[in-house]
Design a binder for this molecule. Structure first.
Ligand SMILES: *Cc1c(COP(=O)(O)O)cnc(C)c1O
Length: 458
C-alpha cells in the first residue's frame, strides 16, 4: 500500500517510511492512497475472528508491503500478552450504557492498544538496527505513559516525552515518570498540550534537526496508531449485534474517532460517530457550525481531551474535499495566517452525514459520574463520562457504543469529587505509586527543547 501526504499527493511513501517519519515533510499528515473495502460476506467472516486474528486481518491491509502476515500476527500476539483482558478489550452492559472498555493495558488508557504494537513495529521494521532512533512525543497525559511502557529498555531507541507542566492528573504523571529506564526522558513544558504538540510538529518540519537526531514520532499523527485503533470498532460492533450502531467517542486530537471513520469507510455499518468534547470544543464547533477556530486551551476534568488544535481533523478534511491536496494546503495556511478557516455548506453536509458532535461541561461530567456510581454502582472516568453525556444529550443511548478510554483510577482526584464510592486500584499500578518520579521542567520554547535533546543524545 502506498501513502501520500494530505498536502501533496504526488509523492508516495511506503508504510515503513510513514511509520518512521510520523509527519509528512510538507507538514501534512500521511494517509493511504486507497483503502480496502470489505463486502458483506467478508464482514461476516471477520465477525467470527478472535481479537488477535481480526487485528491481523485489518492491520495487514495497511502494511502488507513491509511485513509478512505471520510476522504481523506474532507481533500482535506479543503486544497484547500483558493486557489484563484476554480479548484485549471488554464489552460491558451497565444499565443503559453499552460500554467498550479499552483500558486494560499496562497504563490503563486506550492508547496502550496502538502503542504496544508500535513499540514492536520499531523492532520488526528494523528501523533502529544500525542507528539510534529518537522518538519525540507530546502528551496530554496518556500517550506518554503508553509510549514509555511500549518502548522502555528497547535497544537503540530513546524516548522524549513532553507533557504540559501541572496540567495532567497526578496518577497520569506518576505512571509516566516512574516506569522509565535510561532511554526515557520526561520533560514538563511550562505550557499547554497544544504548545507541546506544536514543538514536536515544528521539530518534525525542520528537516536538518529531524535528520540529525534520526527523529521519529508516535503521536496520533502517526498513521500506524490509527490503524491499530480501527480494530476495536469492528470487534465491539460485532459483539453488540445491534442493527443500528453509533459510537460515542471522547475526543481530543481526533485520532480515535477518525479510526472509527476509517472503519466505516472500510465497510463496517456504523450510523453515526459522535464526537464528544469537553469545554475545549473546537471540534464540536467545527462540525456544528463549520468554523474551525482554535481558542485558548482551558484546563478541564478530562485533561487528555484538552486540545484545541485537533491535528487529525486534517485527514478528514482531505477526505471530504475528495483528496484535493491544494485545497487542504490552502485551508491550513489560512488557519496559520488568520487563526481559523470555514467549511462551505457542501463540506458541512458531508461531515454531518457521518458525524455529530456534542460538548459536555465539567459540571455535567461530575453529575454523570455520580449518577452512574449511585444508580448502577459502576465508576467511569471523566473522559468516558463525556461520551456518555454526549450520547444521552443526543438521545441515542440504546443504539450507541460508548468508548471507555481510561480506567477511573487514573483520575482518582476527580472521582473523589464526584462520588464517595471507592475505586479499586488496578494491579498494574501496585508497584508504581511509591516509586520516585523523574522529570525535568523546561520553558515553552522550541530551542530549549532542542538543546535539551541534543545534550542527551550526544
Ligand atoms: C487521548 C485520549 C482521548 C482523546 O483521543 P484522541 O484520539 O486524541 O481524540 C480521550 N480519552 C483518553 C483517556 C485519552 O487518553
Amino acid at each position: 500500500m502506498e501513502y501520500i501526504s494530505t498536502r501533496n499527493k504526488n509523492q508516495s511513501y511506503s508504510f515503513k517510511d510513514i511509520f518512521l517519519r510520523g509527519l509528512a515533510p510538507d507538514g501534512g499528515l500521511f494517509v493511504p492512497k486507497n483503502i480496502k473495502i470489505y463486502n458483506e460476506d467478508e464482514i461476516k467472516k471477520l465477525s467470527e475472528l478472535s481479537y488477535i486474528e481480526l487485528a491481523t486481518e485489518i492491520i495487514f491491509n495497511f502494511c502488507s508491503s513491509d511485513i509478512t502476515k505471520t510476522n504481523l500476527k506474532n507481533l500482535i500476539q506479543k503486544s497484547y500478552k500483558i493486557f489484563s483482558s484476554e480479548e484485549v478489550i471488554k464489552t460491558n452492559k451497565i444499565g443503559d450504557i453499552n460500554l467498550v472498555e479499552l483500558y486494560h493495558g499496562p497504563t490503563l488508557a486506550f492508547k496502550d492498544i496502538a502503542m504496544q504494537v508500535l513499540g514492536n513495529l520499531y523492532d520488526e521494521l528494523k528501523v533502529s538496527a544500525n542507528k539510534t532512533v529518537n522518538i519525540i512525543v507530546a502528551t496530554s497525559g496518556d500517550t506518554g505513559s503508553a509510549a514509555i511502557a511500549a518502548l522502555n529498555d528497547r535497544k537503540n531507541i530513546n524516548v522524549f516525552v513532553l507533557h504540559p507542566d501541572n496540567k495532567i492528573s497526578k496518577i497520569q504523571r506518576k505512571i509516566m515518570t516512574t516506569i522509565g529506564s535510561d532511554n526515557i526522558y520526561n520533560v514538563a513544558i511550562k505550557g499547554s498540550f497544544d504548545d507541546c504538540q506544536k514543538i514536536v510538529k515544528d521539530m518534525f518540519s525542520e528537516n536538518s534537526f529531524r535528520e540529525k537526531i534520526n527523529m521519529s514520532g508516535v503521536n496520533s499523527i502517526n498513521w500506524a496508531r490509527i490503524v491499530c485503533q480501527i480494530v476495536y470498532y469492528f470487534y465491539s460492533a460485532f459483539k453488540f449485534k445491534n442493527k443500528k450502531i453509533n459510537f460515542s467517542v471522547p475526543t481530543g486530537n481526533f485520532g480515535d474517532v477518525f479510526a472509527g471513520y476509517m472503519a466505516k469507510k472500510m465497510g463496517l455499518p456504523i450510523e453515526k460517530l459522535i464526537v464528544a468534547t469537553n469545554e475545549n470544543n473546537i471540534l464540536e464547533r467545527a462540525i456544528n457550525s463549520g468554523e474551525y477556530k482554535p481558542s485558548k486551551v482551558r484546563q478541564s476534568l478530562s485533561p487528555s481531551m484538552d486540545v484545541q488544535i485537533a491535528s487529525n481533523f486534517e485527514r478528514l478534511l482531505f477526505d471530504i474535499v475528495k483528496n484535493d491536496d491544494k485545497k487542504v494546503s490552502s485551508l491550513m495556511s489560512e488557519l496559520s495566517s488568520n487563526g481559523s478557516f470555514s467549511l462551505d455548506e457542501e463540506q458541512k453536509k458531508i461531515i454531518k452525514k457521518d458525524f455529530c458532535a456534542c460538548k459536555v461541561s465539567d459540571k455535567e461530567t461530575l453529575e454523570i459520574i455520580k449518577n452512574i456510581a449511585d444508580k448502577l454502582d459502576f465508576i467511569i472516568d471523566p473522559h468516558t463520562a463525556t461520551a456518555v453525556g454526549a450520547s444521552k444529550k443526543l438521545n441515542l443511548m440504546s443504539e450507541t457504543l460508548i468508548l471507555g478510554t481510561a480506567h477511573p483510577y487514573k483520575f482518582l482526584e476527580t472521582i473523589k469529587v464526584a462520588t464517595s464510592k471507592e475505586v479499586k486500584m488496578p494491579n498494574q499500578l501496585s508497584n508504581i505509586l511509591d516509586k520516585k518520579e523523574k522529570y525535568d521542567i523546561l520553558e515553552n520554547n522550541i530551542s530549549d527543547v532542542k538543546s535539551y535533546i541534543l545534550e542527551k543524545v550526544k
